[in-house]
Design a protein around this ligand. Sequence first.
Ligand SMILES: NC(=O)c1ccc[n+]([C@@H]2O[C@H](COP(=O)([O-])OP(=O)(O)OC[C@H]3O[C@@H](n4cnc5c(N)ncnc54)[C@H](O)[C@@H]3O)[C@@H](O)[C@H]2O)c1
Ligand SMILES: O=P(O)(O)OC[C@H](O)CO
Length: 331
Amino acid sequence: MQVSSVGIVGGGAWGTALAQTLALAGRNVVLWAYEPDTIREINEHHLNRNYLPGVSLEPGIRATGKMADIAAQDVVLLVPPAQNLRAVASELSPHFSAGRPAVICAKGIERSSGKLMGDVLAEALPGALPAILSGPSFAADVARGLPAAVTLACADEEIGRSLAEGLGYRNLRIYWSSDAIGVQLGGAIKNVLAIAAGIVDGKQLGASAHAALIARGFAELRRLGEAMGARSETLMGLSGLGDLILTCGSPKSRNMSLGRALGEGQNLEAILGQRRAVTEGIYTAEAVSRLASKFDVQMPICQAVLDIVSGEITIDAAIESLLTRPMKSEI
Ligand SMILES: NC(=O)c1ccc[n+]([C@@H]2O[C@H](COP(=O)([O-])OP(=O)(O)OC[C@H]3O[C@@H](n4cnc5c(N)ncnc54)[C@H](O)[C@@H]3O)[C@@H](O)[C@H]2O)c1
Ligand SMILES: O=P(O)(O)OC[C@H](O)CO
């Protein structure tokens, strides 16, 4: 597949970082942004200070508010917050020709329906050939050209391969996979677990507790993944364990830093009031809880995150409840 032009929906940190990478790789890039101010700033000053401060954007990146401009490109990347995917894909739909690829780059599960992003896309943009791009990648790192490696999943492996080759770049290595469920679950659930890891940090529970949280959190991802048909090598790979380690381990993560602030005693509304950026784990926690019930799997850490962010339980009570669970086999 020839990828000489790319349309990107979402002018936040990640959409802008991908635009920068693809422009540096020689692609024509058109970037749809939600706010008129963001469109103006990218076109007039080659900056996106609200979402990706400190990065001078390639002058060839053209920002737009028109979905028709996006649909005209060879490949479309969908990079909105997960809870907005349905709305932006529906807006794109009248302009989009059937059979063309649409690569979902959002990490989350729809809160209102419990659906994975690929299922939301199938309803909102039914003619698209869906793929998922996910893996350990901070926008600020990728936009500065630091090396990163991610996974692109597509049910048709040949198309996945050509998309990975068409979108990849020296410092953004893209591995392909046909396991769309595994790639989506890893990217969504790591955000919930990163809030928990941040709480452990903010509460100063120590490095041993932090490691235990990652390992037991991964056990929850693996359990749900197995129940939903994900492959274990996907869950162990870049989009699963790889992204879990990155996001739980760095306060550069919005999810981890939110958890840390909660653990330090700050109030959720006050933290969210100070940020423009999306913290996906808050919204995905509810959807994960629904999936855990539906597939009858135990996910006590994810459930504790939901109970904390929905105000059902205090952090101290959640920690007490996790630590007093009966001893059990490790599986
Ligand atoms: N930032 C990263 O490092 C990174 C890396 C990989 C994946 N992602 C994923 O990419 C997705 C987008 O995150 P981000 O970091 O680019 O966003 P961001 O937090 O930088 O910005 C929020 C975005 O939401 C948009 N927005 C707000 N209201 C909207 C609406 N009603 N409809 C459509 N868009 C709206 C804003 O215009 C902005 O583009 C998320 O799912 C995130 O998990 C982010
Ligand atoms: O800042 P976060 O927590 O949204 O994480 C960003 C990326 O998903 C890391 O891979």
